[in-house]
Design a protein around this ligand. Sequence first.
Ligand code: FES
Ligand code: FES
Length: 172
Amino acid sequence: MSHHKVRITVNGTAGEDEVEARQLLVHYLRETRALTGTHVGCDTSNCGACTVLLDGRTVKSCTVLTVAADGGDVLTIEGLDEQGEMSPVQQGFQACHGLQCGYCTPGMVLSATGLLLEQPDPDDDAIRTGIEGNLCRCTGYDMIVDSVRWAAAHGGAGTAATAHAAHAEGKH
Ligand code: FES
Ligand code: FES
């Protein structure tokens, strides 16, 4: 089994690790970097629970090999707050009751954050399109849409995600 050295920055912290060629980014984040906020919800690339930002774009981290993220910059749910204060999207989910069991929430929050980076003022249809790759068993989605709309009106993607996207832009 081949191993490869990778250098990946996660939530602003650089790391150099040796990983198996077949390892998925979601397992690297959870097991090697001990960031278990990124969830695994399916075996089919359908649920979106594993969504993170990679170089400024949302990806399902169960569809990305760790070696493919070599040199990359990842933002996970653990990196979204700013000096202990939740990001606007996180606050929106709290204010509008956008979660119940919470299993889908990290992925939903990252997808919504990615949407607001691209479209700061999305209408409800755009919000639903932005989160269509994320499944929720609990909420019926209406409160999630309310949460994203709340975030759009209260700071959007937030400073951590905006800085991450700007840094990624500088690399391209
Ligand atoms: S774990 Fe379900 S899409 Fe990645
Ligand atoms: S809040 Fe339970 S799956 Fe979405």
